[in-house]
Design a protein around this ligand. Structure first.
Ligand SMILES: Cc1cc2nc3c(=O)[nH]c(=O)nc-3n(C[C@H](O)[C@H](O)[C@H](O)COP(=O)(O)OP(=O)(O)OC[C@H]3O[C@@H](n4cnc5c(N)ncnc54)[C@H](O)[C@@H]3O)c2cc1C
Ligand code: SF4
Length: 338
């Protein structure tokens, strides 16, 4: 591990000041991703700015009837928060599908958004990787790419974003509130993470001098008809091969509103508003759900080892929408369909 300085931020303004003064510094929250990356020599920050004592640990109702989640709220606290359980169970379900209880106790909301890809080559500093070292090449495209992306890839990178929580936040149309040297701004969740394009080293549109303050959920939580379905190699403690957050607002069997986001298939949670618009006004059923899957996956492309993800994603979408329509969400605590 590289030598680094350590300092503690006294408040949000101080955190911004410190990060703006040193572009090679990094914030540390739960440390569950950053410390691993530092041990592997993938991340080499000159300074760790400890933000764990900042007052960003509350979950509050907003004046508009939504919820504001502080960037330092631990993943466990969020998953079991009564307002999340009652009004946004898809978020609770997605969080509980991730990592392990111990990790969720440490992992923060902001850190979950900014966790880095699990591409094996990204972690292996002996192999070329454009995300780790721009211009170096991508070892995964012609290498072992079983866990890699099938949508939104580029010639520079085919990595996926590993978060479960972010897939639910995408489906819920969350907003990310940040503070930087130029003041505060809000970023729509769909604009927060990036596709790799020619600069895969950038995972998100957060500016180097900005800190995540909170994540805001709108009023609509789809608490009745939702599912977070995660397919992985092991039943727990494994990242998604493919996951889907499906949420429906139904009037009888007619779809008033639909949300569908996929995880494990792209560099960001994958959503396509045209597919959701197509579902609006339709009656629920296997045929329309299969059509939605066809549409969502119309540009999907495998790289050999991950070709299976295209069929798998199709089945995951149909099953997630069917479970959402039937109101039989998948429990992530006992791994059963309710
Ligand atoms: C073995 C293992 C299995 C896992 N399985 C899963 C899984 O199945 N699903 C899943 O979703 N996740 C999984 N995770 C990932 C885990 O959820 C993340 O490591 C965790 O959410 C990161 O949060 P943290 O607070 O520890 O972040 P840190 O490690 O502290 O930070 C991560 C990054 O975020 C930045 N950062 C943190 N907070 C802020 C902020 N407020 N503003 C700006 N930048 C910030 C840091 O600088 C760093 O770059 C797993 C992790 C491990 C180790
Ligand atoms: S897929 Fe992306 S992260 Fe993985 S080796 Fe290629 S450039 Fe690096």
């Amino acid at each position: 591990m590289n030598n680094f300085h350590y300092s503690r931020a006294s408040d949000v303004a101080d955190a911004v000041r410190q990060i703006a003064a040193d572009p090679t510094a990094k914030f540390i929250a739960g440390g569950t991703n950053l410390v691993d990356l530092m041990k592997e020599d993938v991340e080499r920050p000159s300074r760790l700015i400890d933000i764990t004592r900042l007052p960003l640990k509350t979950v509050e109702e907003t004046a508009e009837g939504g919820l504001k989640i502080g960037a330092l709220v631990p993943n466990s606290d969020l998953a079991y928060h009564p307002l999340v359980v009652q009004r946004y169970p898809i978020l609770a379900s997605a969080i509980l599908a991730g990592a392990s209880a111990q990790l969720r106790n440490m992992a923060s909301t902001g850190g979950n958004l900014l966790q880095r890809t699990r591409c094996y080559y990204f972690y292996d500093i002996a192999t070329p990787c454009n995300k780790r070292k721009p211009g170096d090449g991508c070892s995964a495209i012609a290498g072992f790419n079983r866990i890699h992306a099938i949508l939104g890839t580029s010639e520079s990178c085919i990595a996926t974003h590993p978060s479960d929580m972010c897939v639910a936040l995408a489906a819920l149309d969350a907003k990310v509130h940040v503070m930087g040297s130029d003041g505060a701004r809000a970023i729509a969740f769909s604009e927060f993470h990036r596709l790799p394009g020619e600069s895969p080293e950038r995972d998100s549109n957060l500016r180097p001098n900005e800190i995540i303050i909170s994540v805001e959920l709108p009023t609509q939580g789809f608490a009745k008809n939702y599912t977070y379905l995660k397919i992985r190699d092991r039943l727990s403690y494994a990242f998604a091969l493919v996951s889907a957050a499906a949420a429906l607002d139904l009037e009888g069997d007619r779809i008033r509103e639909a949300r569908l986001a996929l995880g494990g298939v792209a560099h960001k949670p994958w959503r396509d508003p045209s597919v959701e618009a197509m579902l609006r006004g339709q009656s629920v059923g296997q045929a329309i759900f299969a059509h939605a899957a066809d549409q969502l996956l119309r540009d999907a492309k495998g790289f050999g080892h991950n070709d299976f993800k295209i069929d798998l994603a199709h089945r995951v979408i149909v099953r997630a929408l069917s479970q959402a329509a039937a109101g039989t969400a998948q429990s992530q605590s006992d791994k059963k369909i309710r």
